[in-house]
Design a protein around this ligand. Structure first.
Ligand SMILES: Cc1cc2nc3c(=O)[nH]c(=O)nc-3n(C[C@H](O)[C@H](O)[C@H](O)COP(=O)(O)OP(=O)(O)OC[C@H]3O[C@@H](n4cnc5c(N)ncnc54)[C@H](O)[C@@H]3O)c2cc1C
Length: 403
């Protein structure tokens, strides 16, 4: 009878345990917290956005882009849907985004834990693993209190993202003993810091925008939706969705620049202002712009452009008018960094996908060692993609262990 130890009882570890357990093996989860799946409770603002109908691979990131489709493909994705159907989870689907019908993240956590218990998976909580070594064909797992010997190990300990203190995370250190390639681990789905001295002026503004990302002046990607202007730069889902590429780019000393359109619904702003000036041209510039853009942002823009707020629109020079339009439609923000791991929803980078058999998540150089979830070099944008990675890699490893 194989003894399988799963280190980490989060989204991926619980899924793996459920798929792996059969009458011919013993499956044990070692979880350092007092309960399993604590992070699941925080997901989707407590509602858990656990899946998305749009599974285009452009929603995922990895240093090995060409390997993403080996994991994210139609055949594998159908396994995730089947898994939740088998668990009896009824989704509430909003524009393709999946939540449990109860809209409570705890439902997902409880369903997983209940199924693991029903299948006789042994769950040991308050158990912090410090090291794994391989001796002959067995693994020795050292925890803070004791050692466990087993035949197969799954590492599902997650990343630095969202933890209070990254010193408490040893996911990557545990892999040190096996001499594997780890791609630069960086925070993602995270706020961006910009270069400038006007951030305090626009702090707190929320505005529907179009944002284009340029890396070394080359267009990379664009997002549409609400952004939040903060006292260090920008935040919001659109910003988060660009942060993986930006984190990676900054780590390679690339120039990362956002070009923000604060009035995406008006195409030709020059022309629009000309028409508007026929009725409001003699109004002071703040009044001329009233109702179009958030006043706080207007103040910021006028102050950056050094335009006298007492001038009327008609008083502005042709250059000032053109600069104003340019700043509203193509506001350039050079990105200098991201907020840290504690603020991030996930990490980009991690165990290099080339180290894994992507059909089973087994480490090629270390038979019977599996690595799943956020710790591998695969991450997704907002919308249920990161949990999909956790479920899917858990299913792939668990199914192989069940064979
Ligand atoms: C605020 C927030 C909101 C999010 N919302 C969403 C969302 O709506 N949709 C989405 O798809 N994704 C979301 N995510 C991301 C998602 O939660 C993660 O990608 C996912 O939980 C990763 O699963 P995992 O199993 O790899 O890691 P985790 O869920 O982090 O599980 C790892 C487990 O391992 C345990 N562990 C760690 N080290 C050890 C050790 N040494 N010994 C024993 N146990 C250990 C941990 O305590 C933890 O229980 C969100 C993340 C955050 C922070």
């Amino acid at each position: 009878m194989d003894k399988i130890v799963i280190i980490g009882g989060g989204a991926s570890g619980l899924t793996c345990a459920i798929k792996a357990k059969n009458d011919n093996n013993e499956v044990i989860i070692l979880e350092k917290n007092d309960v399993c799946g604590k992070k699941i409770l925080a997901t989707g603002n407590g509602k858990c956005n656990y899946y998305n109908d749009n599974q285009d691979i452009s929603n995922y990131n990895s240093f090995n882009t060409e390997l993403i489709s080996k994991i994210i493909n139609d055949e594998n994705i159908s396994k995730v849907k089947n898994f939740f159907n088998e668990l009896g989870l009824i989704p509430k689907i909003k524009n393709g985004y999946y939540y449990p019908m109860s809209e409570q993240a705890s439902s997902i956590r409880n369903i997983l834990v209940n199924k693991a218990k029903e299948k006789d998976v042994k769950i040991i909580t308050n158990c912090n693993v410090k090291e794994i070594t391989k001796e002959d064909n067995k693994f020795v797992i050292k925890t803070t209190t004791h050692s466990i010997i087993c035949d197969k190990v799954v590492l599902s300990t997650g990343s630095y993202a969202g933890v209070k203190n990254i010193k408490d995370v040893n996911s990557y250190k545990i892999l040190d003993n096996f001499n594997l390639m780890i791609e630069n681990v960086l925070p993602t789905l995270v706020q961006l810091k910009g270069e400038g001295h006007y951030f305090r002026d626009w702090d707190g503004v929320r505005i529907d925008s179009n944002i284009k990302l340029y890396e070394d002046d080359k267009f990379i990607k664009e997002e549409n939706g609400q952004i939040q202007l903060t006292n260090y730069g920008v935040s919001g889902i659109c910003v988060f969705n660009l942060s993986s590429k930006i984190s990676r780019g900054l780590s390679h000393h690339k120039k990362e620049e956002l070009v923000i359109d604060f009035l995406p619904t008006i195409d030709n702003l020059d022309e629009y202002f000309n028409r508007r000036s026929k009725i409001l041209g003699n109004y002071k510039i703040l009044d001329f712009l009233e109702g179009l853009i958030n006043t706080k942002l207007v103040h910021t823009i006028l102050s950056i452009l050094n335009i006298d707020k007492n001038k009327t629109y008609n008083d502005l020079s042709i250059t000032e008018k053109s600069k104003l339009v340019n700043m509203i439609k193509s506001f350039k923000l050079k990105i200098t960094g991201t907020n840290d791991y504690t603020k991030a929803q996930t990490c980009t980078g991690g165990l290099d996908l080339e180290e894994l058999n992507l059909n089973t998540m087994e480490v090629i150089k270390v038979p019977n060692l599996y690595v799943i979830g956020e710790i591998i070099d695969l991450d997704g944008i907002c919308g249920g993609y990161n949990l999909t990675i956790a479920w899917l890699t858990g299913i792939l490893a668990g199914s192989d262990l069940n064979d």
